[in-house]
Design a protein around this ligand. Structure first.
Ligand code: AMP
Length: 191
């Protein structure tokens, strides 16, 4: 079983690369952002709770996120492996994920961190905002806040996995195929 975390700031290309990774390696994709947007569109209580954080580009509280991930793992017990996208985003979430994995006799093989400079991130998110319909992509202040939140709350998660010798950095600027090829090279070391 292969479990991978795809890590990086908003706009790094995690969603695009996730699609390619799951296609090639037969992994089950879990994007906490996508799950929240699904709850939102279905108007569930969880969606309503998450909305006020998402609208401002802030993180949804750890307890809510971890509960949702736990539920997802329970519902996909026959998965060949998971690709975590946009999770964990805090050290508390990373610790909770390690505990969940241990309970299920699973482990994280590698964290692949996509690196993209600030100016490029803002450019990509603004461009995406023209078509994504995502309110958090529409305003420059929300975009900047999400990047700030990433630096403040999420970046320490990379250090957490680096200490476990599981961090692999990949250049996230280039063509989709070039980046996917770099990611595949990292994954090949773990299959
Ligand atoms: P994303 O699609 O990954 O950019 O996530 C969109 C929004 O959903 C984020 O700005 C957060 O408000 C929320 N969100 C997604 N994943 C998480 C997470 N792991 N922890 C906290 N909030 C999250």
């Amino acid at each position: 079983m292969l479990n991978i975390i795809l890590f990086g700031p908003p706009g790094a290309g995690k969603g695009t690369q996730s699609e390619k990774i799951i296609g090639k390696y037969g992994l089950t994709h879990i994007s906490t952002g996508d799950l929240f947007r699904k709850h939102l569109s279905e108007g569930t209580p969880l969606g309503k709770e998450a909305q006020r954080y998402m609208d401002q580009g802030n993180l949804v509280p750890d307890k809510v996120v971890i509960g949702m991930v736990d539920q997802f793992l329970k519902e996909h017990q026959d998965a060949e492996g998971f690709l975590f996208d946009g999770f964990p985003r805090t050290v508390a979430q990373a610790q909770a994920l390690d505990a969940l994995m241990e309970q299920k006799d699973m482990h994280i093989a590698v964290m692949i961190a996509l690196e993209v400079d600030h100016q490029e991130l803002v450019k990509r998110l603004q461009l995406r905002g023209e078509t994504s319909g995502r309110s958090d992509d529409q305003h420059i202040d929300k975009i900047e806040n999400r990047i700030q939140v990433y630096h403040r709350e999420t970046l320490p998660v990379a250090t957490y996995y680096e200490k476990q010798d599981k961090l692999e950095k990949v250049n996230g600027v280039g063509s989709i195929e070039e980046i996917f090829s770099s990611i595949s090279n990292v994954i090949e070391k773990h299959v």
